[in-house]
Ligand binder design. Structure first.
Ligand code: ADP
Ligand code: MG
Length: 435
């Protein structure tokens, strides 16, 4: 990882800067995603923090699939050797590399009327990739399990064949990678990356609409994989021919395989999903309460999960067991508002008001602590409570890089873990946002 990082700096910096800043730095340890780097002086430290740290997050994510947080120390601050010796080796596991969410497996997927076809097709494809349904195309509304099933295929294929190369991306990541590869003149790397895989999963391809050049490139990626009998799985919120401005030849190719829709789960399936989640979280919830919650949320499964979290939090705050009446109280205010409708600007407004700041300051670049922390909180909430992608969140905060958003999210996550007053503040803001 360190080597990869150094190579990337070598590429970015002129040789003199490289020698001065990177050449003198030394990685000390990687413990719980915290990468500690020793640098020679405070001056070096500031330079790293300001100019070089974002790269660590970016490369760290690429290599390990985790959000690596850098910390810089000068020699007099460096931890004693004994800690350094306990350093954990960096494990790079294949599922992380493929960008698969460990929770999205077939085991955690509940089968119901609305998704049984999709589930069956997913199983077939995981076991016999590239032969029967190629491409496999899932479509349906948000929060119904398309992404989950897609990851499950990846996990299953890796379980059967650990050597398989699996790659999951959102269509936006594909588009960004492609555009960057042109900018950086690394088209060859891009092609290697996308065409030398056994399974390519591309999520939410409705966002290819209007992206002419990306569609062109994706067409060639598709052709290559297809001709090599490599499996392609795609998702979208609608059928290919309903995606505006999608090239005709893509529409027709997507229809070569199998398209399956996923429809909203019925009450029984929703209850079963809640039961499974409750078990996974070791929550004691009576059956009638589970079906009560399932009855309250009939739109999508992500909101169903949100409702369960809300009920759990409400019960904890009131030191009560989870019962139907507690659930009813917890969900009372949820009616009418939902995370899906929350916008980033609403979050910015609420956070600004809460800290007596102006939205302008949240979107700005000023680095005083009284603004930086609320700004990071707003980014954290935008990531937690909306469906927005990292680049979109960055853009809404005055055009910041997606690595800044990752950094902010991780920072606040840690703060919440370690600081109960911060935890409370954020819970309060969340309540305000949920009305
Ligand atoms: P989509 O990609 O269709 O918008 P996701 O796959 O992101 O939806 O699913 C939203 C959430 O609901 C995820 O946390 C996922 O694990 C969960 N989920 C969806 N369908 C199921 C299911 N059938 N069983 C268990 N959990 C599910
Ligand atoms: Mg999805």
């Amino acid at each position: 990882f360190w080597q990869e990082l150094k190579d990337s700096y070598k590429h970015d910096l002129n040789p003199a800067s490289y020698d001065a800043w990177v050449g003198t730095a030394k990685p000390l340890s990687l413990i719980h995603n915290q990468l500690t780097i020793e640098v020679t002086s405070d001056l070096h430290k500031r330079y790293w923090e300001k100019h070089l740290a974002a790269k660590i997050v970016e490369i760290g994510f690429k290599v390990t699939g985790d959000e690596i947080m850098p910390q810089f120390v000068t020699p007099d601050e460096a931890p004693p050797i004994s800690i350094v010796e306990k350093e954990e080796p960096i494990k790079i596991d294949t599922t992380k590399r493929a960008m698969l969410n460990p929770k999205y497996t077939f085991d955690t997927f509940v089968i119901g009327k609305g998704n049984q076809m999709a589930h069956a097709a997913a199983l077939v494809v995981a076991e016999e990739p590239g032969s029967i349904y190629n491409p496999l195309f899932f479509y349906g509304g948000v929060g119904l399990g398309k992404t989950h099933l897609m990851h499950a295929i990846g996990h299953q294929m890796l379980a059967i064949n650990p050597q398989a190369k699996v790659k999951y991306v959102s269509s936006e990541t594909f588009a960004n990678d492609f555009i960057n590869s042109i900018k950086n003149k690394t088209s060859e790397d891009f092609r290697q990356e996308y065409r030398k895989v056994d399974l390519l999963l591309v999520d939410d391809i409705q966002f290819f609409a209007d992206k002419e050049a990306t569609q062109e490139e994706f067409f060639h990626t598709f052709e290559n994989l297809y001709n090599d009998n490599k499996q392609i799985v795609l998702t979208s919120d609608r059928l290919p021919n309903e995606i505006p401005k999608l090239q005709e030849r893509l529409v027709s190719r997507f229809a070569w395989g199998l398209s399956v829709d996923i429809t909203p789960p019925d009450l029984e399936t929703r209850t079963a999903i809640l039961r499974k989640k409750a078990q996974a979280e070791n929550l004691e919830i009576p059956d009638d309460t589970l079906s009560y919650i399932a009855g309250q949320i009939d739109s999508n499964i992500r909101e169903l999960e949100g409702a369960l979290v809300r009920v759990q939090a409400f019960a904890t705050m009131n030191s009560a067991d989870i019962t139907t009446s507690i659930a009813a109280d917890a969900l009372k205010s949820l009616k009418g508002t939902s995370n899906a409708q929350l916008s980033i600007s609403k979050i910015q407004d609420e956070v600004a008001k809460f800290y007596h700041l102006q939205v302008k300051e949240l979107k700005g670049k000023k680095r005083v602590k009284t603004i930086v922390v609320p700004r990071q909180i707003a980014m954290y909430l935008a990531r937690e409570m909306t469906e927005s992608s990292l680049p979109k969140i960055g853009a809404e905060f005055g055009g910041k890089d997606h690595t800044t958003v990752i950094h902010a999210h991780e920072k606040i996550r840690q703060l919440i873990k370690n600081d109960s007053s911060m935890q409370q503040e954020i819970a309060e803001i969340k309540n305000l946002l949920l009305g």
